[in-house]
Write a protein that binds this ligand. Structure first.
Ligand SMILES: [Zn+2]
Length: 685
């Protein structure tokens, strides 16, 4: 039977890429069964080893185990995120609690925990290298945080909580997906298109035909469809419709209602934290992050909130003035913000997106991201055909180093489709490691850019180009990884450190060096005029107040949910509203992610009480880019080499503080971030 299940056969494609062309949903059930069983057998053998525990027979053995599960799981999650269907979603609902139960069986295994702790006690005399010492410590922390040290009753309850949270998180993200799939605004009449530039019309035409309305235009609930519409549509009534649907995702009552799911998840997380000896879930979560305490994370957010809010209110008043000057007899609402902000930008900075976007061709922006990696790290990207992929739109590149050595494969999946989750992300089909030989990584990026009609250029906004660089920065973190042990490879680092390589990479997009070369007019290849480049640079901080407010509000709501010591009868909508009221959220700005579609926080545990991480990492990335600018060369080779060695290649082999200090010589202050966002000159409030 294994011969018939491609997931269980040897992967014979070049670079041992998973055989996506042969994999069907029905293969996953038996493959997961076998992968769980194999892994448990490996774990039991390690736990029951009659030999005294050694680093090799315990820690390295754990690191060598679970290969089939890692392979099957990474293929499954690639598909369920980027190209799902009902059969895969059904399997996901079944498999997530089983995966949680499986991790619990390992991480709460008493004899195994005893071996790890015995090693940890003798760690000074084991003759471990720095990376090995770090991996041993990570195992100790992982087991303790899972509850391996709790008593029998506690372990049972923690296991049940983990499984229930996994089921709830899956349901949460499937509800958002269902709400996104079931809604589209079909634009029937010419008048419905008022204000929309050509490329927005083109992608709306593509979205309509994908949804069975060929010849018409449609706006969907993916961010890359919604935001350009809100920014350019002259139809205030339609902007309101789209905006209301966008912020109501997961909040539509009925079958896809995420309110009760949030209430139960927050309650269970608080209980879990308490069982593990923490005051709140936020304390538990941040204990294993760079920030260390909720107070530290909150302190940063509040430091930035005050000047951002002040600046946003001034922008609001300026826009209201614009409306009045135009003869508008209404108060600026949240669905008006992007539209009038664009007008205000035109007025204050003399730039508008319509002028910029013809120069931002997706193909050129991909080339720009690759070229930046070439100039910083010597990487070369060669397009490969004939590699199995999960959808015909996916492209593959062979990545090579300056010495010609194969570094890994990079998969790019750029276009939105109904079978894809919204958002943008990086993940891997295989991580780099050296324990099982010289294993090269298979890394992918998923985006949701609107697909143009056949033969037309894909023009993207500057924000989209920034997202492309962001996710590619994560991809480089995976590709350049140079460690021995899988548990600390690539992006397996603290959540508030993991956004450093991605957000730092965005800085290069904004440099004249990159724009001159790659921002070329899609029709005639002319470079972006120098005057426009200069204006773009001058307009850098425009809109930062809005972005900071929408982000920080989401981050504070997340922290507040998870800073409750006890949770009873939580009403998530009322709770969210109370936080927004407390911080003085302007009515005209919506949270970047309202709770009911806040996948970072509720579609799994990854960013729960951790959404602040983006800003935490930004303190680092703003300061890290200064390191380049201080040399007078944004591609300074010596700085790039340190960046590669200490950050991109180092994975989780060091404490993040130590890794950063190795790169920069010191930890950053918040000043570079305030300067980057243009808040350094906002008077204290
Ligand atoms: Zn990121």
């Amino acid at each position: 039977m294994n011969q018939q299940n491609p997931l269980l056969a040897d992967w014979a494609a070049p670079f041992e890429v998973p055989p996506f062309d042969a994999i069907k949903p029905e293969h996953f059930g038996p493959a997961f069964d076998r992968a769980f069983a194999d892994h448990l057998r490996e774990i039991d053998a390690i736990a029951a080893d009659p030999e005294a525990p050694s680093f090799d027979n315990t820690i390295a053995a754990l690191e060598r185990g679970g290969k089939l599960l890692a392979n099957v799981g990474s293929v499954f999650f690639a598909l369920v995120g980027a190209h799902s269907n009902d059969a895969l979603l059904e399997i996901e609902r079944e498999i997530m609690p089983r995966l949680a139960a499986h991790s619990n069986r390992i991480n709460m295994n008493g004899p195994l925990y005893a071996r790890i702790m015995a090693l940890h006690e003798r760690r000074a005399s084991l003759g471990l290298g720095a990376e090995q010492a770090r991996v041993l410590d990570r195992y100790r922390i992982k087991f303790q945080r899972a509850g391996a040290g709790a008593d029998e009753t506690g372990r049972k309850r923690l296991a049940a909580i983990g499984e229930r949270l996994a089921a709830l998180g899956t349901q949460f993200s499937q509800n958002v997906l269902a709400d996104e799939q079931s809604w589209a605004l079909v634009l029937d009449r010419d008048d419905d298109l008022a204000g929309l530039p050509d490329h927005v019309r083109a992608s709306a035409a593509e979205a309509a035909s994908e949804r069975g309305h060929a010849g018409k235009h449609a706006i969907t609930l993916s961010r890359s469809s919604v935001e350009p519409f809100l920014q350019t549509s002259r139809r205030r009534d339609l902007r309101e419709k789209v905006f209301r649907a966008f912020v109501a995702r997961g909040d539509n009552r009925g079958r896809t209602d995420n309110q009760p799911i949030i209430a139960e998840m927050v309650k269970l997380r608080a209980e879990r934290a308490k069982l593990l000896g923490y005051q709140t879930f936020a304390h538990y979560r941040l204990d294993d992050a760079m920030a260390k305490t909720p107070q530290a994370a909150r302190g940063l957010l509040e430091r930035v909130w005050a000047p951002a809010r002040k600046r946003a209110l001034a922008d609001r008043d300026a826009m209201q003035e614009l409306i009045r000057a135009e003869g508008g007899n209404f108060t600026l609402a949240a669905w008006d913000w992007r539209y009038y902000a664009e007008k205000l930008r035109k007025q204050q900075c003399d730039v508008d997106d319509a002028e910029i976007e013809p120069y931002l061709d997706l193909e050129n922006m991909i080339a720009a991201a690759f070229d930046t990696a070439h100039r910083l790290f010597g990487l070369e990207f060669r397009r490969l055909d004939g590699i199995p992929v999960w959808h015909p739109d996916v492209r593959v590149w062979d990545v090579r180093g300056a010495d010609g050595r194969h570094v890994g494969l990079f998969f790019g999946d750029y276009f939105a489709r109904a079978s894809k989750r919204s958002g943008a992300w990086m993940s891997t089909l295989r991580d780099q490691e050296k324990l099982a030989g010289d294993i090269r990584p298979l890394v992918f990026n998923v985006m949701n850019f609107s697909k143009p009609r056949d033969g037309q250029a894909t023009l993207i906004s500057f924000e989209d180009a920034r997202t492309l660089f962001h996710e590619f920065g994560h991809a480089l973190h995976g590709l350049l990884s140079d460690v021995t042990y899988p548990m600390i490879a690539g992006t397996n680092v603290e959540t508030d450190f993991v956004e450093l390589p991605s957000q730092l990479y965005e800085h290069w997009l904004e440099t004249p060096e990159v724009l001159r070369k790659f921002a070329r007019h899609h029709a005639n290849g002319e470079p972006m005029p120098e005057t426009l480049i200069a204006k773009l640079k001058a307009a850098r901080t425009f809109g930062q107040a809005f972005k900071t407010v929408e982000f920080t509000a989401s981050a504070l709501v997340d922290l507040d949910f998870h800073s409750q010591a006890t949770v009873d009868d939580l009403d998530p909508a009322a709770f969210e509203a109370a936080t927004l009221k407390r911080i003085g959220m302007p009515d005209e700005i919506a949270m970047r992610h309202r709770s009911t579609h806040f996948g970072h926080v509720f579609a799994g545990d990854h960013y729960a009480a951790g959404y602040y991480s983006y800003m935490w990492s930004e303190v680092l990335d703003a300061d890290a880019f200064d390191a380049f600018e201080e040399t007078g060369n944004v591609f300074d080779p010596a700085t790039a080499q340190r960046l590669r060695d200490d950050i991109y290649a180092a994975g989780g082999s060091r404490e993040p503080d130590d890794a950063y200090k190795a790169f920069r010589g010191k930890l950053p202050s918040v000043d570079a971030l305030l300067r980057k966002r243009g808040f350094d000159k906002v008077a204290a409030v």
